[in-house]
Ligand binder design. Structure first.
Ligand SMILES: Cc1cc2nc3c(=O)[nH]c(=O)nc-3n(C[C@H](O)[C@H](O)[C@H](O)COP(=O)(O)OP(=O)(O)OC[C@H]3O[C@@H](n4cnc5c(N)ncnc54)[C@H](O)[C@@H]3O)c2cc1C
Length: 382
């Protein structure tokens, strides 16, 4: 996409976020809910279309543009960035790559148009980082599949019309036993149990997804039987680009808040921005944020080239979320006691940034992925 076109889209998002979201984000974060009228406004602007091809109702953006737009909305609320990225990533990427035309038409198109929302159920109580160690199982019964198990820490429980989730036919087969399913929310046996009062990501409704003898037909199998692990990896790897872009947006918001605060807060007769220790923090923040942004761009370019970008997505997600966490910590410090109140956005960023280091693969796992790739001499590179 032309730079001028991308900048025009960014400015539409900036206006929307400043006007419609900023005045309300503190309250809805406190109330742990996502305002549906804000989601409807995003749908009207076409913000859910992302990288989903126009053929399937999306906007067909390149990944570089997509990442910059997700960063932009995340400067005001990264939770809206989560929603904006789901059709292109955690929920939609598997449907796009492995779904049948029927499944894409039924789920991906309305998802990309913001008419419905979805959830992705990968994490289980006993297996988060170790996806192949899942305990949710399925058995075949004639033409049907009967799924039994439980997922946890699943987002969008309140608004999802369907879940892309995973089960194994035999735990001993590890990743080769896993099959992906797309399951309508109203399927008998499926129930949700939200967690309340989370540290961060409070507006997103997250909790347990229980699958109690859930019976589905072959039309709910996503991709080939036994190839679900690949579907899961497609979803989470695409998801990592957007986590990284959201982290850059959140970190930039902290820097913006610090620049304003350092200019107006007078201590000892001078604005605190005149003190060298504050200047050092600001210079370090700005430099790290720009480095994170460049890693996100590098990752997006790799995905645009058609490569899987496993190392690039891990580098971007790990580095950007660590930068967000460091930036938010320093931002609270610069705000002194006011950083602890919810009058300023940096306290929320501080809580949320910690969660960024855990979701879509904790950063320890990303370091593992990067190191294995390097130590294997690039043999795992695809
Ligand atoms: C707000 C929120 C929303 C979420 N939304 C979703 C969602 O929509 N869908 C979904 O499927 N999941 C979701 N998750 C779950 C999230 O992706 C997992 O929490 C994450 O992948 C880590 O899994 P875990 O919590 O089981 O940690 P574990 O795997 O139990 O890891 C615990 C610790 O051990 C470390 N560790 C594990 N293995 C190794 C190793 N080999 N070497 C070194 N260290 C290791 C980890 O890095 C971590 O620090 C969400 C979580 C949160 C908090």
């Amino acid at each position: 996409m032309e730079l001028s076109e991308r900048e025009a889209m960014r400015s539409v998002i900036r206006d929307f976020a400043e006007r419609e979201v900023k005045p309300r984000v503190r309250d809805y974060d406190r109330e742990e809910r996502l305002p549906t009228d804000i989601l409807a406004g995003m749908a009207r602007l076409g913000l859910f279309g992302g990288v989903v091809p126009e053929q399937w109702g999306g906007t067909g953006l390149d990944h570089v543009t997509f990442a910059r737009l997700v960063e932009e909305i995340s400067r005001v609320d990264h939770c809206l960035g989560v929603l904006m990225s789901m059709p292109s990533a955690l929920v939609g990427a598997g449907l796009l790559k492995y779904g049948t035309d029927e499944q894409r038409k039924r789920w991906l198109t309305p998802l990309a148009q913001g008419e419905i929302f979805g959830g992705a159920g990968v994490t289980e109580p006993q297996s988060g980082s170790d996806v192949a160690g899942m305990q949710t199982t399925y058995v075949r019964d004639g033409d049907e599949f009967v799924i039994r198990g439980m997922k946890t820490w699943i987002s969008n429980l309140d608004i999802a019309s369907f879940f892309v989730t995973f089960a194994t036919r035999d735990r001993a087969e590890r990743r080769n036993g896993v099959t992906a399913f797309v399951i309508p929310r109203d399927t008998p046996g499926l129930s949700v149990h939200p967690f309340k009062n989370k540290l961060g990501f409070r507006p997103i409704c997250t909790g347990e997804l229980v699958l109690d003898e859930v019976r589905v037909g072959a039309d709910c199998v996503l991709g080939e039987e036994g190839r679900g692990f690949q579907v899961a990896m497609t979803a989470v790897e695409k998801g990592r680009l957007s986590v990284a872009a959201r982290a850059v947006g959140g970190a930039q918001a902290c820097l913006d808040a610090c620049l304003a605060y350092a200019a107006q807060r007078v201590v000892g007769g001078s604005p605190i921005g005149s003190y060298q220790q504050i200047q050092k923090k600001i210079a370090d923040m700005a430099t790290e944020i720009q480095a994170a942004r460049l890693l996100v761009e590098n990752c997006a370019r790799t995905l645009d080239s058609g490569a899987r970008g496993r190392t690039e997505t891990s580098m971007a997600k790990m580095f950007a979320s660590d930068v967000f966490q460091r930036t938010a910590t320093e931002a609270v410090q610069i705000h002194g006691a006011y950083g602890v109140s919810d009058e300023f956005p940096v306290g929320r960023a501080y809580r949320d940034s910690k969660v960024f280091q855990i979701v879509e693969g904790p950063n320890e796992i990303h370091r593992l992925v990067i190191a294995r790739e390097l130590l294997s001499g690039g043999k795992n590179r695809t």
